[in-house]
Design a protein around this ligand. Structure first.
Ligand code: UDP
Ligand code: MG
Length: 314
């Protein structure tokens, strides 16, 4: 008898949760009918300020498939996913959003691919970004292009966090205990055979997205610093480049002075050079600062999340 654990991070999802619960239950129950299977639904309440926790308490009381874990404050989706993977007991684990943007109806197909033994993980990828602000889609695409150029870890464009994986892969992910977590990178980094399921973007059933443009931007920096050190080489490359330019410029100035004498002038061009180089230097120090900050947080070894309450038996 195999067990599937479905891990659902929830942050202020009281509006979407009832729809999700109903749908995911009906899909899983249908899967149980023709397989030797059991399932558990593990919800992570990520410090919601609405009625999410109460909803989860009621659901856990009525249905012993449902379990939950509640954080002492909002720690972010990454922390919630990590906690879910740590606490799930299944032979297979799926991570999915509570807003139905990860259609539960894909689960049977995902499970079939794993059971055949051909794959260790089935991941999903959005092929369209309908319903998303165009500016956001534009920057998202740029991010994936950049990321794949500067990182050895392949990160699929449009990849969702929604995936089903074997216990072996879950354990591999758990062995990565870093504090600054970027799951899309971690999933790729651990390797294993992954099947990609493309699907059309679905809009959120109720409630609102928790990701502002700014939050996504910071998250992208998280991804870059966690999975590439190329930006650190940026200063060296620019430095060499400017040494070459400076050398050529010195030659030009020397020749000019020797041939035509030296009229003092060029204040505007001097200012341009100083400001330009100053800007580049600050930019490079900023990049260093990003890595230093991440290293600083990493060395503190703070817990990734703090649990305040769990359902009985968890
Ligand atoms: N989420 C979370 N903690 C957060 C933000 C989001 O657990 O700090 C959960 C949220 O409840 C949802 C999932 O992560 O189940 C995806 O969030 P959302 O739908 O807002 O993101 P989007 O789909 O717009 O990228
Ligand atoms: Mg969503």
């Amino acid at each position: 008898m195999k067990t599937i654990s479905v891990i659902v991070p929830c942050y202020n999802e009281e509006k979407a949760l009832p729809f999700f619960l109903q749908e995911v239950r009906s899909v899983l129950e249908r899967m149980m009918e023709d397989e030797e299977l059991a399932y558990e639904l593990l919800f992570i309440n990520d410090g919601s300020t609405d009625g999410t926790l109460q909803l989860l308490r009621d659901a856990a009381r009525q249905d012993n498939h449902v379990q939950y874990l509640s954080f002492s404050r909002n720690f972010g989706k990454e922390a919630a996913m990590y906690a879910g993977l740590q606490h799930c007991k299944g032979d297979y684990a799926a991570v999915m959003d509570a807003d139905m943007q990860d259609p539960p109806s894909l689960l049977p197909e995902m499970y079939a691919a794993l059971r055949s033994g051909e794959y260790d993980s089935v991941a999903t990828r959005r092929v369209s970004r309908d319903g998303e602000p165009p500016v956001r889609s534009f920057f998202a695409r740029r991010f994936y292009r950049l990321m794949n150029r500067i990182s050895d870890t392949r990160i699929e464009d449009g990849a969702r966090d929604f995936r089903l994986m074997t216990r072996q892969m879950v354990d591999a992910i758990l062995s990565m205990t870093e504090y600054n977590r970027f799951s899309k990178g971690i999933f790729g980094w651990v390797g294993f055979r992954t099947k990609w399921l493309p699907y059309e973007n679905v809009e959120r059933v109720a409630g609102q997205t928790k990701w502002s443009f700014w939050k996504l931007f910071l998250y992208s920096i998280e991804g870059i610093t966690a999975f590439s050190t190329v930006p650190l080489a940026f200063a060296s490359v620019i430095g060499v480049l400017f040494c070459l330019i400076a050398f050529l410029f010195i030659c030009v100035v020397l020749v000019k002075t020797l041939l035509y004498g030296d009229p003092v002038g060029g204040w505007p061009s001097m200012m341009c050079v100083i400001l330009f180089l100053g800007g580049i230097q600050l930019f490079c120090i900023g990049i260093l600062g990003q890595y230093l900050a991440k290293t600083y947080l990493e060395t503190k070894r703070r817990p990734i999340y703090i649990v305040q309450e769990t359902s009985e038996g968890l």
